[in-house]
Design a protein around this ligand. Structure first.
Ligand SMILES: [Zn+2]
Ligand SMILES: [Zn+2]
Ligand SMILES: [Zn+2]
Length: 304
């Protein structure tokens, strides 16, 4: 009886074993330009200009280890200020305000430009570890304003090696894998995040799956949840720009690639990194259509 009472007492205060398990929380789902998009007066962005609650941040994940009381941010987006505050709110202020480390996939502005907020003009942080691949590291070291973050020790660059897992805590490791993308300033990677409960794949940007040296199907089968590039839904989406200038796997192509796989495999795929023109971000009917085919659409604020 006494044990039962203690159990009821503890659970009623929210203590349970699940409170110590690591998790991933989505802090943004939009492509680099965010949502609504700069200068867009079309249907896609109209409602988000009018109703600020419809706005979406640029793609980012929080990787959280409640046991170690630490969290890591995947991508330093132009929305970093809002996203760090958002995570504080979602987690009830249980963690350090600033992340215990930041992982960056590549040097396109939606994925690293938020680093400027760590410098002298804003947060003036002290040696926040920033995990990057060799070319990305060199790019940050050799070009202003990023180089100043390095010389003033606002950030501490930690070099990643493809396929070499980095241990963040007892419960979490992160491994990088190179993906083909328009690599003007840096290489581009995706990450595999492994916790003692679940494993995740995070590939927000890639040119086309068939250009990748790995098999997407195999990589998805290896994990529980795969956050995948869903910039565009199909080839007709960009009216006034050449699609070939900004290649991405269309959502339709990715779904087609998995058409012979089981529903269980399909349901591991959570689409993310939506261009403002992609209806999956703002239209319920479009989302339902994808979900009826057993795929999922990432939710901002969602816990995975
Ligand atoms: Zn991007
Ligand atoms: Zn738009
Ligand atoms: Zn990119």
């Amino acid at each position: 009886m006494r044990f039962i009472l203690i159990f009821i007492f503890l659970t009623s205060f929210g203590f349970s074993q699940t409170d110590t398990l690591p998790y991933v929380q989505v802090l943004g789902i939009a492509q680099d330009g965010g949502y609504p998009h700069f200068g867009c007066e079309k249907e896609c962005c109209k409602m988000a200009w009018k109703d600020t609650s419809q706005r979406k941040f640029v793609v980012a994940l929080a990787i959280v280890d409640p046991k170690a009381k630490k969290w890591w941010l995947m991508e330093a987006t132009p929305d970093i200020k809002e996203q760090v505050e958002y995570f504080k709110k979602l987690s009830g202020g249980k963690y350090n305000y600033l992340p215990d480390g930041i992982f960056i996939t590549h040097a396109h502005i939606g994925h690293y430009a938020g680093l400027i907020n760590l410098g002298r003009e804003v947060m003036n942080t002290n040696n926040i570890p920033v995990y990057v691949m060799p070319k990305m590291k060199e790019f940050l070291e050799k070009n202003g304003p990023w180089s100043q973050l390095v010389t003033l020790n606002n950030i501490k660059l930690v070099e990643l090696k493809e396929d070499l897992p980095i241990k963040l805590s007892e419960q979490i490791t992160v491994t990088s894998m190179i993906v083909p993308h328009r690599d003007e300033f840096s290489e581009t990677v995706g990450f595999r995040i492994a916790t003692n409960v679940k494993s995740y794949l995070f590939i927000p940007d890639i040119d086309k799956w068939e250009k990748w040296k790995r098999s997407l199907i195999k990589e998805v089968q290896k994990v529980d949840i795969a956050f995948l590039d869903a910039t565009f839904n199909n080839i007709n989406e960009l009216k006034n720009r050449k699609m070939s200038e900004v290649p991405h796997p269309f959502v339709e192509e990715t779904m087609n690639l998995f058409k012979n796989e089981t529903d269980q495999t399909k349901s591991k795929i959570h689409f993310i990194h939506f261009n403002h023109t992609n209806a999956l971000m703002w239209d319920k009917a479009a989302r339902t259509e994808v979900e009826n085919k057993k795929f999922k659409v990432s939710k901002q604020g969602g816990v995975y």
